[in-house]
Design a protein around this ligand. Structure first.
Ligand code: MTE
Length: 315
């Protein structure tokens, strides 16, 4: 993420996979039958992970009616450094992640600490489809039909006590399943955090699926956070631990480069990244840059969380 500046991004970094795969298909068809077989087979199945349909979801609130980003792009253009730092690497490498059995331990400043297995997680609240915008700090964005439930529903089950001011999240850390993690240039496990009122906000989602199916590994299976008004790096993947704390928890990109990545990291076109402007973004699959909207367009819902704060200082 911070390792290359946008000016250094490769073609495959800034181009949706479907576009450069089409280019490969075009190239393969002009290479003759043998070449076409090899390149074509790769192009058609880079992403053959087992996902299963999720039935019985209900339509959730806050849905945008903007055009959905094709599933192919959402699942092949990823940031998941534990599986490689290139955008196409997680889709190729994350098959080594074992997502079952899986447990999420929820502890800290709570009345009823609890460890949830996957079956229990799926029953915490009715599963909703929520169509959210997702804006990466690197200036690309997507529109995703997530399946999930409010983070608040899980937190209420463990009864946070009055000292709990923050919620800390942790991704699985297993070098055997994530052998490329050691080359990621970030300290692992990946960790993130929210203030408790942010975590309790009805927009904050724990996602278990997208496009009607369980999450592909590269998108953070089996359970990840989605905080659509913040830059994408806050939306931590493959969560194994949630801890309620009194003080602000450390977060991966802030540990890596505190000058460039703050704890809050709300989407804000008025505050540039120290190395690039945040005024515009590229929606994957679209040619032209578009204007970035403050709080990624969710200001009506979340701006009041930050009353009295100098948002310029909370990059
Ligand atoms: N979570 C973990 N564990 N590791 C990561 O590298 N990358 C973050 C976030 N969550 C990341 C992570 C970043 S920078 C972004 S933009 C989003 O995941 C990307 O989510 P997506 O690949 O599903 O679009």
């Amino acid at each position: 993420m911070l390792i290359r500046k946008p000016a250094d991004l490769r073609y495959s970094d800034v181009t949706p996979k479907s576009i450069y795969q089409n280019r490969r298909r075009f190239l393969s068809s002009s290479l003759g039958v043998a070449g076409a077989g090899i390149v074509g087979a790769w192009a058609l199945s880079p992403n053959a992970f087992a996902t299963t349909k999720i039935a019985g979801t209900v339509k959730g609130p806050f849905n945008t009616d903007e055009k959905l980003t094709p599933k192919e792009d959402i699942t092949t253009y990823n940031n998941y450094y534990e599986f490689g730092t290139g955008k196409d690497e997680p889709a190729r490498n994350a098959h080594t992640l074992r997502t079952s059995p899986w447990q999420v331990q929820v502890a800290g400043l709570v009345g009823k600490a609890k460890t949830f297995d996957l079956d229990a997680i799926m029953k915490i609240a009715p599963l909703e489809e929520r169509i959210y915008r997702h804006r990466c700090v690197e200036r690309w964005s997507i529109v995703v039909p997530w399946i999930g439930f409010p983070l608040a529903a899980l937190l209420k089950q463990v009864e946070p006590n009055s000292k709990a001011k923050y919620v800390a999240f942790q991704t699985l850390h297993d070098p055997k399943q994530m052998p490329l993690g050691g080359q990621a240039g970030i300290q692992l496990p990946y960790v993130e955090g929210l203030r408790i009122d942010e975590a309790m906000h009805p927009l904050a989602l724990l996602a278990v699926g997208l496009y009607g199916e369980t999450l592909p590994n590269q998108n953070g299976a089996p359970i990840r956070l989605v905080v659509p008004w913040k830059y994408g790096f806050k939306s931590i993947k493959s969560i194994v631990k949630i801890t309620l704390t009194e003080s602000m928890p450390p977060t991966t990109w802030n540990i890596t480069n505190a000058r460039e990545y703050g704890f809050y990291s709300n989407v804000n076109p008025e505050v540039d990244h120290p190395r690039w402007s945040q005024a515009t973004e590229r929606r994957l699959g679209e040619l032209f840059m578009k204007k970035t909207v403050k709080f990624n367009g969710y200001g009506e819902q979340v701006a009041s969380l930050y009353t009295g704060m100098d948002l310029r200082k909370n990059y």
